[in-house]
Design a protein around this ligand. Structure first.
Ligand code: UT7
Length: 353
């Protein structure tokens, strides 16, 4: 694997640093979430596999996750559409007023069309442009950076960004799958981003990285050739998540801290000036290691993994929505969004809200 600190990408914004400064600002005009109706707590998992509440809580911090109920027609598109509908209501907009809809997902409804296209149909978005973005757990943060710059550059004024994933469809809820099935949950979150005359609002710094040599640490094979050379192939694991938990854990712990430092440096911002860290909820121990390294108070690094598990592309917008609803992220705050996952990918987005 490539040393995550070896390469740097992205750039800084603001006076003297970016070509876009002074044109238009970007603000979050609305957020929304949607969660499946079915709850799967640790006791439920204990009936399906050899595990315990104590093991799961100690190793991951997770107590419950939500999973879709196919009988109720819950899926990536229905969750994504519901989340964006709520975000649009807060922004007092119709879907047809959006210039673009982006759906960050690794569990798209089908191969073609994109889930974002299906969401356009559900919401009656007319001919609004739309596409999916797959950067696994980093997808939503990648999407924030892309959508922001499309607005900042002047090409678009209103963009709906969704993070929606239904990893329960890629799990084996049995002993063989216990290393992954305990972690993941389903959900969706969305934001509406709008252009504003306040040029101070929007990104201060961002980063998007990938180490493709680490692809085999998390992958979903469709056929035999998708497996790494020499792998023993169990047909029951086709179309299921294969994850080397220990390797991803190690990658995440070092990457997370390095990414915070890189983003602070790019933005010329001190850690104490950041009001909130909104992080991908992968494992509470990974979050805790970064919190300790930077000496952050508990209330500056939000954790909701205990209730939702790791919801992949949905986890960052789920946190943001809860924080805004509680008044803990508001206008004037500096907020750092961080994510890492399959790819291996990692990315950050530091905002002046
Ligand atoms: O979203 C981004 C992508 N994913 C992540 O960030 C996940 C990162 N990784 C992790 O969170 C952790 O690696 C896991 C929670 C997945 C696993 O925890 P771990 O402490 O790394 O466990 P392990 O895989 O090293 O396994 C330790 C032991 C093994 O038993 P032996 O070989 O020591 O006897 C496993 O078989 O724990 C066993 N084990 C379990 N025991 C009870 C594995 N899964 C379970 C389970 N319940 N569900």
């Amino acid at each position: 694997m490539i040393d995550p600190s070896a390469r740097r990408s992205g750039y800084s914004y603001g006076p003297g640093t970016g070509t876009f400064a002074g044109r238009v600002g970007v603000r979050v005009a609305g957020t929304g979430i949607a969660l499946p109706s079915k709850r799967l707590n640790n006791a439920d998992l204990m009936k399906l596999m050899d595990t315990s509440d104590e093991w799961i809580v100690q190793r991951t911090g997770i107590r419950e996750r939500r999973i879709i109920d196919a009988d109720k027609k819950e899926s990536t598109k229905t969750l994504g559409a519901a989340a964006l509908r709520t975000a649009l209501a807060e922004a007092r907009m119709e879907a047809s007023e959006l210039d673009l809809i982006i759906c960050a997902t690794m569990t798209s409804e089908m191969q073609c069309p994109a889930t974002a296209n299906l969401i356009c149909d559900i919401l009656g978005a007319g001919t609004t442009g739309s596409f999916d973005l797959n950067a696994a757990c980093s997808g939503f943060v990648y999407g924030m950076n892309i959508a922001h710059d499309l607005i900042r550059g002047g090409a678009y004024r209103n963009i709906g960004l969704i993070g929606a994933d239904t990893l329960s469809t890629l799990m084996n809820y049995n002993n063989a799958g216990r290393g992954t099935a305990i972690i993941f949950g389903d959900g969706a979150g969305a934001i509406v981003m709008r252009a504003t005359d306040d040029v101070n609002k929007g990104l201060i710094a961002q980063a998007m990285h990938c180490d493709g040599t680490g692809w085999k640490e998390i992958f979903v094979p469709k056929c035999e050739r998708d497996f790494p050379a020499g792998a023993v192939i169990d047909p029951a694991t086709m179309n299921k998540v294969h994850m080397n938990g220990a390797a991803v854990f190690k990658f995440a712990v070092s990457t997370f801290s390095n990414l915070i430092q890189e983003t602070l440096d790019k933005g010329h911002v001190k850690v104490e000036d950041v009001d909130m860290f909104v992080c991908h909820q992968s494992n509470s121990r990974i979050l805790e290691s970064a919190r300790e390294r930077f000496g952050l108070p508990h209330d500056k690094l939000y954790v909701n993994i205990d209730r939702f598990g790791n919801t992949v592309g949905a986890s960052v917008p789920l946190c943001l929505h809860e924080l805004r609803a509680a008044g803990r992220v508001r206008e004037g705050h500096k907020v750092m969004f961080l994510a890492f996952g399959g790819g291996l990918t990692w990315g950050s987005s530091l905002w002046q809200m």
